[in-house]
Design a protein around this ligand. Structure first.
Ligand SMILES: NC(=O)c1ccc[n+]([C@@H]2O[C@H](COP(=O)([O-])OP(=O)(O)OC[C@H]3O[C@@H](n4cnc5c(N)ncnc54)[C@H](O)[C@@H]3O)[C@@H](O)[C@H]2O)c1
Length: 313
């Protein structure tokens, strides 16, 4: 069995352990804080049982048995051909752990970071093995949302990206390749563009936050759960994308001429939005909503599993 080292066993690390183990890999989880990796073993087993209820893992007990808690970074790296790093999101933390990983990992092991926003060139430049390092950015929770953004630094070897792509495909994730480094990668740039406009529209009183959410969950989001924006607009004009652009981009051009400004995220506008949103739920309510979200995501993942796209899609 191939072996993966999971470095950092918090929210994202333990979800990665589920993803790799579900696909038949042996996974060693390490955490810098004593006891965290041991506790994560129980959470991984519970998470796999939950996935099994939706038919998303064939053998939850066998998968959980493939995950172990490692006592040190070196212990986690023992026999690992792939490393998925998930330590806290600071450049200093990423630099320190990548220096250690590069010194200790097998020479042909790939070192992938789950970082949400820190480009690999900021923490791999001075490493002897920098050609084998890349960002592999998941979305929370990666055992239910399969996209992984692969982003190399300028010195990342093309074979590293190709091998990483093959690994994620083989464990049923959906890797995409970002061809050069850019802040926010692809997913968060798209999310940011949508959020900025949403914050502007609610902040300026055009719509309530609840109604804005409906335009996504009962509107755009329905198509977007199985086709992207390009594939969507292709079906919105008889002549496809070019025809759509000829017909409809006049309005988009005018709107883009006055984009939402960074100030839409200032505290004053957030306060305006929060007044209408109705406050922040308690920790218990947030936990309950998170469980509900994960159950809905699992049901959606089960629905999407095995659905084929029409030819040419
Ligand atoms: N939470 C998300 O929505 C999300 C989504 C995508 C990517 N990410 C990225 O994943 C990474 C981890 O985020 P998270 O949400 O799991 O954080 P988290 O706080 O839940 O987990 C981080 C874990 O790393 C451990 N740790 C700290 N220093 C360490 C070290 N030197 N060696 C080993 N373990 C160490 C901590 O004890 C903690 O358990 C971050 O880079 C984050 O940006 C997070």
């Amino acid at each position: 069995m191939p072996r993966v080292a999971i470095i950092g066993s918090g929210l994202i690390g333990r979800a990665w352990a589920m993803v790799f183990a579900r696909a038949g890999w042996d996974a060693a989880m390490y955490d810098g804080v004593d006891g965290v990796a041991d506790k994560a073993l129980g959470l991984v087993a519970e998470g796999l049982d939950e996935l099994a209820k939706h038919g998303l893992v064939a053998d939850p007990k066998g998968s959980a048995a493939r995950v172990r808690a490692a006592k040190s970074v070196a212990d986690a790296l023992d026999g690992a051909s792939y490393v998925q790093e998930n330590v806290p999101e600071t450049v200093e933390a990423k630099r320190a752990i990548f220096a250690e990983l590069d010194a200790l990992a097998a020479p042909d092991a790939i070192l992938a970071s789950s970082t949400s926003a820190i480009v690999a060139s900021l923490f791999t430049e001075n490493l002897a093995g920098r050609a084998r390092c890349l960002v592999a950015h998941p979305v929370n929770p990666p055992h239910l949302v399969p996209i992984v953004e692969l982003v190399g630094a300028p010195w990342t070897a093309p074979e590293t990206i190709a091998r990483a792509r093959q690994v994620y495909e083989s464990i049923d994730q959906v890797p995409i390749v970002v061809r050069r480094e850019i802040e926010g990668f692809i997913l968060n740039r798209l999310q940011g563009a949508l959020l900025a406009e949403a914050f502007r529209l609610v902040g300026e009183g055009f719509v309530s936050p609840q109604d804005l959410d409906k335009t996504i969950k009962d509107g755009l989001g329905l198509r977007w759960s199985f086709m992207g924006p390009f594939a969507t607009i292709e079906l919105n004009a008889p002549g496809g994308i070019a025809d759509y652009c000829a017909r409809y981009t006049g309005m988009y051009r005018r709107v883009q001429g006055q984009p939402a400004k960074p100030e839409v995220f200032d505290a004053a506008n957030v306060a305006t939005i929060m007044q209408e949103w109705g406050g922040t739920p308690s920790a218990d309510e947030l936990a309950a909503r998170t469980r509900w979200r994960d159950q809905r995501l699992a049901a959606l993942a089960a629905h999407k599993k095995g659905q084929s796209e029409p030819r040419g899609a």
